[in-house]
Design a protein around this ligand. Structure first.
Ligand SMILES: Nc1ncnc2c1ncn2[C@@H]1O[C@H](COP(=O)(O)OP(=O)(O)OP(=O)(O)O)[C@@H](O)[C@H]1O
Ligand SMILES: [Mn+2]
Length: 540
């Protein structure tokens, strides 16, 4: 009897072992088939999100972290020897290393949320990207007139300020002032700006001493003030991260999203532009940090308690400022984006430009650029697009907007002081990242019609399409450093995957431009050579 029992249990054990081995083999097969997808196999735009992700997120581990990139960019740049690729064993880069602060914990927690290994490898990619020579191009020294704000020379009458260091980089200035003093003709802040860390820290942690509505614009925004006189533009959460904009809505009726403002700042920096004022997420106490400190009577009147006991308000504006669209805390905690305010208009006036490719706001009328295939020829002859960098600056903005699917760029602004020869401010990105499952090709119309791109932008875009620097992965890493990441990742995975898919489209368009113009013997018309001066200095 016991002999038979033993035999039966041995059979069961054996078959169990077989089943386990079989399952392991099956799992291994599935694992390898995903992990060995080539990173840049051409994929049609709507191919599965998960496949796109697998390409970016895993290929680096398959190749090994310490393997240096083998892209043509490195071979062809004149300064290739100037900086060695960082070796993969380096510590994960912290772009905003908020030492000892809440945010540091947030970052570490955040990275762990999607597995330490992939979180760390994303951070390594981001560090490698920002260490790359293309992000460390030595710029010329900024002449005094190319700073937005002048630093007054020491005055004899201000004896009591004798000890204050009145210069651009002084640690004694509050971070917002250092940010203002660091704005130049070509960028809002330099790569690796030391101001960035304290600035973000201020946005996320400094006490809010006042909150008033900002006039202008269509949706509710508040200007919040800090004890050191710094100010930030507040946009509240209105939509869940995984919600997609209703397909039947015109883009101008879309909500503004706080996470889009945050993500746009990160993307703009990853693209190497630095034309969006720093933005950080924050959990704001609706009562303590808005209701109790506001001096805005119109705003104060709109607070109420919802039926489930949450504190809500709706403010006054032309869109969505009603009880039906109230902004509510849970019960008082409200997610929001806080953007550093630019210098006051009385100190630095700005000029607003209508986009030549602005959309028609009418349901029946089409804009000229939609019907005239030679539209760009006219634009190229029209000031300020006929000279300097304006046209390629515009293309930079178009690429940013296509990647994040922002159709709302009807206007853009520049600092008046710098005339036509300056960068474009990429303000107001709240309507970006509304849909991940659909790309909006019309945003790329200017690039398609003009076939013109900055050399440095082209090079960085190609870099971001490589598995070692994959745009989706570096964005995931960058966003994981925002304090709101602990509540929920700021962009859902489908949105991150859409970035890689859209980047591919941009690269394809430029390549097509080059091929087309090569046939006409004008291939060099596509690339605007802003790196030429580096070649010259390398040859000297
Ligand atoms: N960081 C900033 N610092 C100073 N001013 C800013 C900043 N961001 C935006 N603004 C200004 O505030 C105005 C309104 O902001 P924004 O465009 O974000 O609001 P909006 O409600 O989306 O406007 P619209 O409905 O016209 O798109 C902008 O025209 C811009 O000049
Ligand atoms: Mn807007």
């Amino acid at each position: 009897m016991s002999w038979r029992m033993r035999r039966r249990s041995r059979t069961i054990c054996l078959s169990l072992a077989f089943v386990t081995i079989f399952l392991h083999l099956l799992l291994a097969l599935v694992f390898f088939s995903i992990h060995h997808l080539p990173c840049d196999a051409p994929l049609p735009p709507r191919t599965h999100v998960l496949r796109d992700l697998a390409q970016c997120n895993t290929s680096m581990r398959v190749r090994g972290n310490s393997e240096p990139p083998t892209d043509s960019i490195q071979r062809h740049t004149p300064y290739e020897e100037s900086k060695k690729e960082p070796n993969g064993n380096a510590l994960p880069g912290k772009i905003f290393p908020l030492k000892g602060s809440k945010s540091t914990q947030t970052m570490q927690k955040g990275a762990g949320q999607y597995g330490n290994e992939s979180g760390d490898s994303d951070l390594l990619k981001l560090k490698a990207l920002f260490d790359h020579p293309l992000y460390n191009v030595p710029g010329p020294v900024v002449p005094e007139d190319d700073w937005l704000l002048k630093v007054k020379p020491k005055s004899d009458t201000l004896d009591r300020y004798e000890d204050t260091q009145w210069n651009r980089s002084s640690d004694s200035h509050p971070p917002w002032l250092r940010f203002h003093l660091g704005i130049s003709r070509w960028e809002l802040y330099p790569h690796r700006a030391p101001t960035m860390e304290p600035l973000i820290q201020q946005l996320t942690a400094h006490p809010i001493v006042s909150a008033v509505q900002k006039s202008g614009g269509t949706q509710l925004k508040l200007v919040m003030s800090f004890p050191n006189y710094g100010q930030a533009l507040f946009k509240p959460k209105k939509q869940e991260r995984d919600e997609e904009t209703n397909y039947n809505l015109y883009y101008f009726s879309d909500y503004e999203r706080h996470n889009a403002e945050i993500a746009a700042f990160h993307l703009d920096r990853i693209l190497g532009y630095r034309r969006i004022p720093p933005v950080a997420g924050r959990l704001v106490d609706v009562v303590k940090e808005i209701k109790d400190v506001t001096t805005d009577r119109k705003l104060a009147k709109t607070f109420f308690n919802s039926p489930v006991g949450n504190v809500c308000f709706y403010g006054q504006c032309s869109y969505y400022c009603s009880t039906e669209h109230a902004i509510c805390g849970q019960p008082r905690d409200l997610e929001a984006s806080l953007a550093v305010m630019l210098p006051d208009l009385s100190l630095a006036t700005r000029r607003t430009w209508r986009s030549p490719w602005r959309r028609s706001y009418s349901r029946s009328k089409r804009a000229k650029w939609e019907t005239d295939p030679n539209y760009c020829t006219t634009v190229k002859k029209t000031p300020p697009y006929d000279k300097g960098t304006r046209l390629v600056d515009f293309m930079d903005m178009v690429i940013l907007d296509f990647l994040m699917s922002n159709m709302d760029r009807h206007h853009y602004e520049t600092f008046e002081k710098f005339g036509n020869n300056t960068f474009l401010l990429h303000l107001d990105n709240g309507r970006a990242f509304g849909r991940h499952s659909k790309d909006e090709p019309s945003i790329l119309a200017p690039l398609e019609q003009c076939c013109r791109i900055r050399h440095s932008t082209w090079q960085r875009l190609r870099l971001l399409s490589l598995p070692q620097y994959c745009i989706s992965d570096v964005m995931r890493a960058s966003l994981s450093q925002d304090p709101l990441h602990k509540v929920a990742p700021l962009l859902s995975e489908p949105h991150l995957a859409a970035l890689s898919r859209r980047l591919k489209t941009v690269l394809e368009i430029v390549t097509r431009c080059q091929e087309r113009q090569k046939k006409d013997g004008r291939a060099e018309d596509v690339i605007y050579d802003d790196l030429a001066y580096l070649k010259q200095s390398a040859e000297q």
